[in-house]
Design a protein around this ligand. Structure first.
Ligand code: SF4
Length: 405
């Protein structure tokens, strides 16, 4: 894979009224026609995504959205999608035109402020007004607003706009956005040894490892550690060959029991899912959510949420293994709802527990937004790794490498 995974890219949402020129700006940044542009109102009907490298800001995903002032029946649904896309955004670009700042823009700004999403304002079609009028309607902002005229949107002037836009992006994004997201290297000394147990079963993708495993190997190497990867079946044999104990052992949540039975007491160990939970979100919130499993009762509703869709097989972890394990652990019948995809549900209050997947395809910002939404609904949340380790009785063990949870 030559390019950064989507989950490590800065997501930038372009939003504004119908025909404010959002798609023109996205196309200009991308240097190609990603989105259809036209004088017709409402040409963009759904969120369009384009991944690109925006040096020196790094890899980004540009999200082009439908106008937020479209009040037709379909338009209302499109606006909903735009606001859902905002939940995935690291930065919002409010696109407007000279002298225009009203309810649609103010609502976008207020939603972004509530979710702590930094905002860049762009006044498009600036050549249609006097210099004084261009920014006259805008509220104050962290980064000076950008004026874009018809001349600026020509391909010949692309570099100027890209430069201006990137500078604004670097101004508004908080420092922590650029902080390296560490999976495990802080848990292992320089030249230390990480041993990983990876099951290759019917659920494993053909010919490759899954993203959390690949990222963990890369993170160990970035931290100058030695990394050994063993299949579940060969793990005890490989483990017995070491004369020195590994500094950290990591396994897939589904084989956590086998890992713990194999390694001696005192060796630090955890799961890929728990490492991912710490990097992407709030491991403390997920660990605290495990306490709710003990008080689940007959017919409680549980939401199992996955960030991407896949065909569920008979060994599927979210749809088959976790429901079976949880009902066995709680000794009662539970009702499960399943959700997968980009837009996280808003109606959560009726659930006794939310169980989220590892979220390896989500950005940290998106995962934190989801956890925030669940917390606001007053519902406890765990992820697959926490849930499986709790049900197997080894949660304390796999959380022990992390202090101050
Ligand atoms: S469902 Fe979740 S854990 Fe599985 S691949 Fe998608 S984002 Fe990653």
């Amino acid at each position: 894979m030559q390019t950064a995974p989507k989950s490590l890219r800065t997501h930038i949402l372009f939003a504004g009224r119908v025909n404010s020129g959002k798609s023109t700006l996205v196309n200009l940044l991308a240097g190609q026609n990603v989105a259809i542009t036209s004088q017709e109102r409402g040409t963009t009907t759904d969120v369009v995504e384009k991944s690109m490298e925006l040096r020196p800001a790094g890899p980004v995903v540009l999200l082009d959205s439908a106008g937020t002032d479209d009040d037709s029946t379909l338009g209302v649904l499109r606006v909903e999608r735009t606001y859902k896309a905002l939940k995935r955004a690291d930065a919002l670009v409010i696109v407007t035109t000279p002298g225009v700042w009203g309810e649609p823009e103010a609502e976008l700004l207020s939603a972004a402020t509530e979710d702590k999403i930094p905002v860049i304002m762009v006044v498009n079609k600036s050549d249609t007004a006097s210099k004084e009028e261009v920014f006259s309607a805008l509220p104050e902002s962290k980064s000076p607003p950008i004026a874009v005229s018809a001349v600026d949107t020509s391909v010949a002037n692309r570099d100027r706009f890209v430069e201006q836009f990137t500078a604004a992006l670097l101004t508004v994004l908080p420092e922590e956005h650029f902080a390296a997201q560490v999976l495990l290297q802080d848990l292992v000394p320089e030249n230390g040894h990480v041993l990983m147990m990876v099951p290759i079963d019917s659920q494993a993708p053909k010919g490759r490892l899954i993203l959390p495993q690949v990222q963990a190997i890369r993170d160990a190497l970035d931290g100058n550690a030695i990394c050994t990867v063993a299949k579940e079946s060969a793990f005890p044999e490989i483990y017995s060959r070491f004369t020195r104990l590994p500094d950290l052992v990591v396994c897939d949540s589904q084989v956590v029991k086998k890992m713990i039975e194999t390694i001696p007491e005192g060796v630090k160990c955890t799961t890929f899912s728990i490492l991912m939970a710490r990097m992407k979100g709030d491991l403390g919130q997920l660990a605290a959510g495990a306490a709710a499993i003990a008080s689940l009762k007959e017919n409680d509703r549980i939401l199992i949420a996955e960030a991407c869709t896949h065909h569920a097989g008979c060994e599927d972890i979210g749809r088959v293994k976790i429901p079976a394990l949880l009902q066995k652990k709680c000794n009662c019948k539970l009702n499960f709802d399943f959700y997968s995809g980009n837009d996280f549900p808003d109606e959560l209050a009726s659930y006794a527990l939310v169980i989220h997947c590892g979220g390896c395809m989500l950005t940290r910002k998106t995962m934190l937004n989801r956890l925030h939404t669940v917390a606001n609904a007053g519902v406890p949340v765990v992820n697959y790794g926490v849930c499986l380790s709790y049900c197997t009785g080894v949660l304390n063990k796999v959380l022990s490498p992390f202090e101050n949870l």
